[in-house]
Design a protein around this ligand. Structure first.
Ligand code: UDX
Length: 440
């Protein structure tokens, strides 16, 4: 099939590349000339495991083309995916300007039947808005607008795209339904479903999925805080509840709050949609409040330990991205923690396998960037674990003990077992578990 993907951000690039991988001819369009030049050379502007391999292969086979020419891409395609940003406005509403602008342009370009697919996360009613814009200039039989939300997790996006748990397609047009079914068939050969529904339900599904997952995380973060106060261990409680098939094992990990480009934005946007429809969605308010509070939890633990005196104390931070396997630092808890430590006049050194470049753009020379995870421990008062990268899971403990000024760890992701920390004599403060006081 012939496909255009407008927008080569994280979603657009993964979408375009994975469609090319199943044999389609894909034209990816972006207004950013530098990015297009980079992509033409097979270089991905984002760190996403597995993506560049597919990019190279499909460039070589000429199944994927990168261009800044929207008209060319549209002329050569039957299905046009819109993967454009929908940044949150001041009030939490999703800003649709990029999508609506492209819709205006499409209305002047389209000359034969095309399917326009909203891949971006867009509020309920956006498919109708795009339809209205196109219908001003085009006869109705020349286009259908479909809502097809993505459920890609950063770091595993290629796999999520190629083997989705489900595909959601919002359209009431039989013609579009048949074509979209054919397009997605190769991705659901393991038997996972393609759900067809109306456009508004598909748009809502995306926000509800992300908000529900965010709610689970906030719920578990509160459970963790309660576990700490009652002497229970949240890891055991998590396992205890997760084996109930009504609950399920995944997304029950407490931590230092959810971040990233989706959860914070989508919870806010759904809350806004509720408000705009005169409905007070009380749970979502609490989900956001709990998350804001949880992002401060490590700093509070640190402050308490040092009796509010952090001046001149040296902290080594492991992990900066909002989660492992990505260089994305949007809404990352690390940013808030670093700022709080700096405000308290502490010294901060950081290490992350891939996100240091992005953090440098925020903090410049205010923090030290280490070439490996151990360097920053030299003479540090404490290690603070913020992101659970695999390489932190089984470190060289001897080196850690040798380098650290005091054997103190604050762990926002429960990376180590309490038994191990006890054995090594660390002071170890994690999330939702008893504190190990250690031997200094
Ligand atoms: C999410 C959704 O999972 C995906 O379907 C959607 O399309 C985009 O948003 P992503 O933001 O890439 O994906 O990351 P995800 O793995 O979902 O994690 C989001 C945040 O929740 C991270 O900050 C992570 O640390 C946190 N999290 C996740 C927890 O705190 N506990 C968990 O158990 C799971």
């Amino acid at each position: 099939m012939k496909i255009a993907v407008v927008g080569t951000g994280y979603v657009g690039l993964v979408t375009g590349t994975c469609f090319a991988e199943t044999g389609n001819i894909v034209h990816c369009v972006d207004v950013d000339e530098k990015k297009i030049a980079l992509l033409k050379k097979g270089k991905s502007p984002i760190y996403e495991p597995g993506l560049e391999v597919l990019l190279h292969r499909n460039l070589r086979e000429k199944r994927i083309v990168f261009t800044t020419d929207l008209k060319l891409a549209v002329d050569k395609s039957d299905i046009i995916f819109l993967a454009l940003p929908t940044p949150p406005g001041e009030d939490g509403s999703a800003d649709l300007k990029y999508i609506l602008e492209v819709a205006q342009k499409l209305a002047t370009i389209i000359t034969k039947y095309k399917i326009i697919v909203n891949k971006s996360t867009v509020p309920v009613g956006t498919a109708d808005k795009v339809t209205a814009i196109l219908a001003e200039k085009l006869p109705r039989e020349l286009f259908d607008v479909v809502s097809n939300p993505e459920f890609l997790r950063e770091g595993i996006a290629v796999d999520d795209f190629l083997k989705p748990d489900r595909v959601v397609i919002g359209t009431t047009s039989e013609r579009a339904k048949t074509i979209m079914h054919e397009l997605y068939q190769p991705f659901v050969r393991q038997g996972n479903p393609i759900y067809f529904m109306d456009e508004r339900s598909a748009e809502m599904t995306k926000y509800v999925a992300n908000s529900y997952l965010a709610m689970r995380i906030s719920f578990m973060n509160e459970v963790a805080n309660l576990c700490e106060r009652t002497g229970a261990n949240v890891d055991l409680v998590r396992i205890g509840i997760g084996s109930d098939s009504r609950i399920g094992k995944r997304f029950l990990f407490p931590g230092i709050g959810y971040g990233g480009s989706c959860f914070p934005k989508d919870v806010k946007a759904l809350h806004y949609t509720a408000k705009a429809n005169k409905y007070n969605f009380k749970l979502l308010d609490t989900v956001m409040q709990v998350n804001a509070q949880q992002k401060k939890i490590l700093f509070q633990k640190i402050k308490k330990y040092y009796k509010n005196d952090l001046k001149g104390k040296q902290f080594a931070i492991w992990g900066l991205s909002f989660k492992p396997e990505t260089d994305d630092i949007r809404e990352a808890p690390s940013l808030e923690l670093i700022q709080d430590l700096l405000d308290a006049e502490a010294k901060v050194s950081v290490y992350d396998p891939v996100a240091m470049g992005n953090v440098k753009k925020v903090f410049g020379s205010k923090v030290k960037y280490q070439k490996n995870q151990y360097e920053g421990l030299k003479n540090a008062d404490a290690l603070v674990i913020v992101t659970e990268w695999s390489e932190f899971r089984n470190p060289d403990y001897e080196r850690m003990v040798k380098y650290l000024k005091s054997k103190v760890i604050f762990d926002g992701r429960n990376v180590y077992s309490l038994e191990k920390m006890e054995e090594l004599g660390f002071y170890y403060n994690s999330i939702g578990r008893r504190t190990i006081h250690g031997k200094q």
